[in-house]
Ligand binder design. Structure first.
Ligand SMILES: *Cc1c(COP(=O)(O)O)cnc(C)c1O
Length: 365
């Protein structure tokens, strides 16, 4: 038997008729960028998030980069971010000329809030929280620190559509919430797409101008902007994904529950969910000591696994100018050596889940 890490075709087949109908509708409409589908999506996603405004953009990275821009953060400013994130979080900061200041993760793989205050300097302007692998970070602790030091808060929710901290959706605690709809995300488009949500009308208005060459009125450009618009087809597809988001979350929860129960006695560290948090299980990440051996064993049994992420941003070539070295962030580096993501996807069937559990239980260290 073969179990892939992800099966995007399954997620498509599940709502195939709705997707195909909408795609044809948009194609036949003769209007492809900044139109009715995007407006409707923005309204519906803001409503789902219980946020005042949503602005659709071209990708999750753009959402982050635009959020940092909207907060007026630039060269000379520092932004605190967790060190074990996907590198796009960091790029959202540095594309604006600002400097990332890394904080180690806690046992839940999210930012260790007890370490944030140590990272604050006179240059700190904001904290970027990443709800990694789909689990909400402790937003009470983050907001408390942000208020105490008068810092802005950006939430990277690229992996956490619909995750909650104490019953409130992530992306709505800080100043701006950033989302990715890359095809593999829980709410995946059929191409690239992203969005920001905010309760601040000025941020929302400026974002709409910034994403469109800095113009509100065609050919009257007020600022130097980007071309970062979510197209009509993606907006239409995402309206359908949004309609089914609760089913998606429920399904992933069931798979995660099966793994949690089935792998209790397996030779690995299971993920933990903090009290007060929910996870939407974008990834099911375990930690093992002999990762290569573990992954090879599964691979030999037809099970594909992935590493999120093998090289932490501070050690990547892209950020060698930060002049950081192995040993600077020992917890992050330890996680990078031991994390493995098990298959989890919309449309994963019983047989596949059972097979993964059974094979992992037969693994000997
Ligand atoms: C996917 C992801 C991004 C980037 O989103 P794109 O749409 O691929 O640009 C940013 N942050 C995190 C945590 C992600 O997982």
């Amino acid at each position: 038997m073969e179990v892939k890490c992800n099966r995007l075709d399954r997620g498509f087949q599940l709502y195939r008729q709705e997707f195909e109908q909408k795609a044809i509708e948009v194609l036949r409409s003769g209007w492809y960028v900044l139109g009715r589908e995007l407006e409707s999506f923005e309204e519906e996603f803001a409503q789902y998030m219980e946020s005042s405004f949503c602005v659709g953009v071209a990708s999750g990275l753009d959402a982050l980069r635009i959020a940092v821009y909207l907060l007026g953060i630039q060269t000379g400013d520092e932004v605190i971010v967790q060190a074990n994130t996907y590198i796009a979080s960091v790029m959202g900061i540095t594309l604006n000329g600002a400097t990332p200041v890394f904080v180690e993760p806690d046992i839940y793989n999210n930012i260790d809030t007890a370490q944030i205050e140590n990272a604050i300097s006179s240059k700190t302007k904001a904290i970027m929280v990443v709800h990694l692998y789909g689990q909400a970070a402790d937003m009470d602790a983050v907001m408390h620190i942000a208020q105490k030091y008068n810092l802005k808060v950006i939430e990277d929710c690229a992996q956490a559509h619909g995750a909650e901290w104490n019953g409130k959706k992530v992306g709505t605690f800080g100043d701006i919430g950033c989302f990715s709809f890359y095809p593999t995300k829980n709410m995946g488009a059929f191409g690239d797409a992203g969005a920001i949500v905010t309760n601040n009308e000025v941020y929302a208005k400026t974002a709409k101008i910034y994403r469109n060459y800095g113009s509100e009125k065609k050919y009257y450009n007020e600022i130097v902007g980007l071309n970062s618009r979510m197209d009509e087809i993606q907006a239409g597809m995402l309206r359908i994904r949004l309609r089914h988001i609760n089913e998606t979350i429920e399904e992933r929860n069931k798979i995660a529950e099966r793994y949690m129960k089935g792998l209790k006695d397996a030779k690995l560290e299971l993920p933990m969910v903090k009290e007060g948090a929910t996870s939407v299980w974008h990834q099911f990440v375990v930690k093992v000591n002999q990762r290569e051996k573990f992954m090879n064993f599964l691979d030999a049994n037809g099970i594909q696994t992935l590493i999120h992420y093998p090289i932490p941003p501070h050690l990547s070539k892209a950020y060698q100018s930060l002049n950081m070295h192995i040993g600077d962030l020992p917890i992050t580096e330890d996680y990078a050596r031991r994390v493995v993501s098990l298959p989890i996807y919309t449309g994963m069937n019983e047989e596949e889940i059972n097979y993964v559990v059974e094979k992992i239980l037969s693994y000997k260290e």
